[in-house]
Design a protein around this ligand. Structure first.
Ligand code: SF4
Length: 372
């Protein structure tokens, strides 16, 4: 389950609709943050394979449209006790982030939120990027409720201490390394694996200063990245490639574990072989599919690009790991995705003042050719 500190929201699972926690209630009910009355009621319905408001938000509403949901497509271990102690917890400290990754959005990154407020929404056919009520509310809440956040944070530390079966805590953002509470939180976590999910959108100075505060801990840094050079700087806008590589070295040299999380999408695939060959000998790289931008799915590519990347994957010694993506790349893109991609690239180029010389001509000509 997940907790968002800045908004005092708890999620019964990663896709569930959240519940807002009343700090006075939590103060009087120690040990109940991960077992609120609403959660227990929802878990009962889950075991009966019935929908509830929270599950409808993340899964059932998709199933009603005949689509697959996470609930139906992932094999879960069934836990029958609704009071079962929590083993894994994800904590989102805030949505503060300096980066605007190409497939992120205002709900998760304050830099994206600011960009949409300043430059207006990115209008696309069915996939527009706008500041939802959700992100606006979150940004307002952060300003207004700072004192409450502090109280919630200390109560959360108490809840973690009481959750003796907890084995792993994953810290998320935005960018967790920007959060001033990070060291305090880690200091208070004993005998549990701590994973920091980061895009490394912080200065070297800040990173080094953070590392000096956690010298006696062994942390896992799960770093986002999937391409190199100018391709990386487009996808992970706000972070420079050379600076990123330096920061990876700083973390490794300080004795913490580094793993990579690569989000496979059409743009990154044009350079993914360089990223993989650079890091895969020394680090574990886990690949997952892009989720939020249909026009950035791996198959929304021209035929020459597809052939090149499939050839590379099929001849690689780690070929088995890539089979899911090979199958996905082989799908035929629809016209709507190609046009949305062209519009997105056009709008991003104007906002950022960048050209796309780093992309192969055959790909640029393909997505920008007129509709038939
Ligand atoms: S680093 Fe994470 S939160 Fe920030 S823009 Fe990238 S994906 Fe979004």
């Amino acid at each position: 389950m997940s907790v968002s500190v800045s908004s005092r929201l708890v999620y019964n699972c990663c896709l569930a609709y959240p519940e807002r926690i009343d700090t006075e209630w939590l103060d009087k009910n120690p040990g109940r943050l991960f077992h609120t009355d609403t959660m227990l009621k929802d878990r009962k319905l889950m075991l009966q394979n019935k929908s509830c408001e929270s599950c409808h938000w993340g899964c059932y509403k998709y199933e009603e449209q005949g689509l697959k949901s996470t609930r139906t497509s992932i094999k879960h271990v069934k836990i029958k006790d609704i009071e079962s102690p929590l083993k894994n917890l994800q904590i989102s400290l805030s949505t503060d982030c300096n980066l605007m990754c190409a497939y992120c959005q205002p709900e998760w990154s304050s830099a994206w939120h600011r960009d949409i407020v300043k430059n207006g929404e990115i209008v696309l056919d069915g996939s527009s990027i706008n500041k939802s009520n959700w992100s606006t509310l979150w940004n307002k809440m952060k300003q207004k409720n700072r004192s409450t956040d502090t109280k919630f944070f200390s109560l959360l530390l108490r809840e973690i201490e009481l959750a003796t079966s907890l084995e792993q805590i994953t810290l998320l953002g935005g960018e967790p390394l920007l959060n001033n509470m990070l060291s305090t939180l880690i200091e208070n976590i004993n005998d549990k694996e701590v994973i920091i999910v980061t895009g490394l959108g912080v200065s070297k100075k800040r990173l080094q200063s953070f590392l000096s505060t956690v010298k006696n801990k062994k942390l896992v840094f799960n770093v986002s990245g999937e391409s190199t050079g100018a391709n990386f700087e487009f996808l992970r806008f706000g972070c420079e490639w050379e600076d990123y590589c330096d920061k990876i070295k700083i973390i490794s040299d300080s004795g913490h574990q580094v793993k990579f999380a690569s989000t496979m999408n059409n743009i990154s695939l044009l350079d993914f072989p360089n990223f993989y060959d650079k890091f895969s000998k020394d680090y574990k790289i886990e690949c997952s599919m892009v989720r939020e931008r249909p026009f950035m799915l791996p198959h929304v590519l021209d035929d020459i690009s597809k052939e090149k990347i499939i050839d590379w994957m099929m001849s690689h010694e780690d070929k088995q790991k890539f089979m899911l993506f090979v199958d996905s790349i082989k799908n035929v893109p629809d016209e709507k995705s190609r046009v949305n991609l062209a519009n997105y690239m056009g709008q991003m180029s104007k906002r950022r003042g960048v050209d796309y010389n780093f992309l192969p001509n055959h790909f640029r000509n393909w997505y920008s050719s007129p509709s038939i």
